[in-house]
Design a protein around this ligand. Structure first.
Ligand code: PGA
Length: 248
């Protein structure tokens, strides 16, 4: 049976208290499409309010530290995001891999930490444009997946997001055939890395997904949903993606 589609909005460093009404509007659309799993990852400052105001809607974090606690100024632990109301965290987004120099080993440790706290994880992988042009995209992405892969992984708590770095926030989207090839490669790699259950792990596509291209992307084999940045910031833009997932 095909996996339920999973549509996750990543608000990145966007959103003040005054934008909480956008999450309420998105949650209302999601509630009318019960066949789709939808979620928003606001900045950490909005997690508590977003989760308490939208009890039936999934709220996630965008990152957390791999340690349980300690001398890590400015960092947030898995238990902290859980207490605030997050059910999961995005981990290893390419912006964090680039800006905060996160390594595969960091991402693996973070995923194990969120799992230990009883939360889910979305691990992001993706190649740069130079790597794709050099014909290395699959090798790079499967290498990131293997290096970031947590012990004890199963579909109950782990999701993978394939996000070509060059497609994020650029309006450029890979050819459908390239998305199909990469998601199939990730599926095979998951089978190698896991002791069964790899078919149930959802693999999201991310990078300039919007209401206009979501139907086509969500119809690609092994695309089980989307990780959406810019087009997740309002119900007007995110609603059509949830609707496309419901129709997929
Ligand atoms: P985008 O971002 O939809 O704005 O391209 C996607 C992401 O970075 O998760």
């Amino acid at each position: 049976m095909a996996n339920r589609k999973y549509i996750v909005g990543n608000w990145k460093m966007n959103g003040l208290q005054s934008e909480l009404s956008d999450i309420a509007d998105i949650a209302a659309i999601a509630s009318s499409h019960p066949t789709v799993d939808a979620a928003i990852c606001p900045p950490v400052t909005l997690i508590a309010a977003a989760s308490s105001q939208n009890a039936a809607f999934a709220i996630g974090a965008q990152d957390c530290h791999f340690s349980e606690n300690g001398a890590h100024t400015g960092c947030i632990s898995a238990a902290m995001i859980k207490e605030a109301g997050a059910g999961f965290s995005i981990l290893g987004h390419s912006e964090r891999r680039a800006d905060q120099h996160e390594t595969d080993a960091d991402v693996k440790a973070k995923a194990e930490a969120v799992h230990a706290a009883g939360l889910g994880a979305i691990i992001c992988v993706g190649e740069t444009e130079e790597e794709r042009d050099a014909g290395q995209a699959i090798e790079i992405v499967c290498g990131q997946l293997a290096g970031s892969f947590p012990s004890g992984a199963d579909a109950g708590w782990l999701t993978i997001a394939y996000e070509p770095v060059w497609a994020i926030g650029t309006g450029r989207v890979p050819e459908v055939s390239d998305v199909a090839e990469m998601h199939a490669a990730i599926r095979s790699k998951l089978a190698e890395l896991m002791n069964g259950g790899s078919e149930q792990v959802r693999i999201l596509y991310g990078g300039s997904m919007n209401g206009g291209n979501a139907s086509e992307l969500l119809a690609v084999p092994n695309v089980d949903g989307g990780l959406v940045g810019g087009a997740s910031l309002s119900a007007e833009k995110f609603g059509p993606i949830i609707e496309a997932a419901a129709a997929a």
